[in-house]
Design a protein. Sequence first.
Length: 307
Amino acid sequence: MWGIEETINIYLNKEKYNNIMKIYVYTVTEENHLQPLKDILHLVKEESLMARNRPFLGDFMRLNNIIWNEEKNLFFMDFIRVRMSHGPAIGGLQREIEGFNFNEDEGFCEETAAIYSPEHHVWVDQYNFAGIRSSKMANYLSDFYPNRHATFRFEPILNHDIEQKLLNKTLFTKIDFKMRPHVITEADREENISVRRAVEMAEENGSAYVKITIGAERYHSLANRAASSLAHWLLRKSQQSEYAIDRACITGKDSEQDPSETLDLLRAREYKECEITAASDRRFPRDDRWNALERSFHEWRRNGLFE
C-alpha cells in the first residue's frame, strides 16, 4: 500500500498533464472593407493601456500587448481578463490558505494569446477556460472605434476530415442540440432563425437550457441547405462561451445506399495541443505561448488548411 507522502511525491514528480495548451484557428471575415482589421490593430496599438479597457461580464477585458512583426507579416497579441470580483487564494500542501492584497483598481488576470495574419485572414488563439474567447475578441475589435464601422467575425476552421464528411452528406436525417437561451443574440433573432420561438419560450419560463431534436420521417431527409446552415451556426455559437452549446450532433449519409453517420460538431473544429512548461509563478510565459501559436499557424499553412 502506498502511503499518502509517497503518493504525493510521485504526483509532484510526474509529468504534469495540465501543461498542455490547446490552440484554435479561425478565418477572419470583414463585413465591410472601410476599416480592415490590420488598420484597427495598428490604431489600438497606439492607445494607452487605460484606454484599451472595456467592460466584460462584470469585469474588464483589454488587448494588453500588440506587436506587429513586419518580417513575418504577423500580429502577436495578448488579451487579458481582469477579474475584479471573487477569485482564488494562495496555499500549499504545508501552508495555510491566504488571500492576495490588491489596490482598488487591480484584480486577478487571465491571459489569452493570439496571432493574426492579414495576408491569409487567419486568426490563431490560445484556449483559456477562464479567459477571453475568440468571439469576444472579435466583438472587442469591432466595437473599439464605433464610428469606424468595422465588423469582424472569426469563423472556426473545421478539421478537414470532418468538414469533408459534412460536405459529402447529401441526406441529413437528424440534428440534435442542447443550448443555453442566452446564446441567441438580437442579430440571430432578426435573421429569424428556426429555433427562435423555442428559445423565447425557454426564456419566458426561466429554463436553463433548450434541447431540440429536428428529425425527418423514416425514408425522408431534411432540407440540405437549411441543415447545413444550422450546423455551421451551431459551430459558431459553440465558441462564444464554455457552456453556450452543450451538445450539437448532425446525422446524415452520403447517399440512399450508405449507412447513416452521426458527426459531433463540438469536436469538428481544427485544433492543436502543445506542451508548455509553466514558470515558477504557474503561468505559461507569453513568448512561449506566442511561439506555440506561430508554429501551429505555419504547420496548418503547410498542410493546406488555408491558402
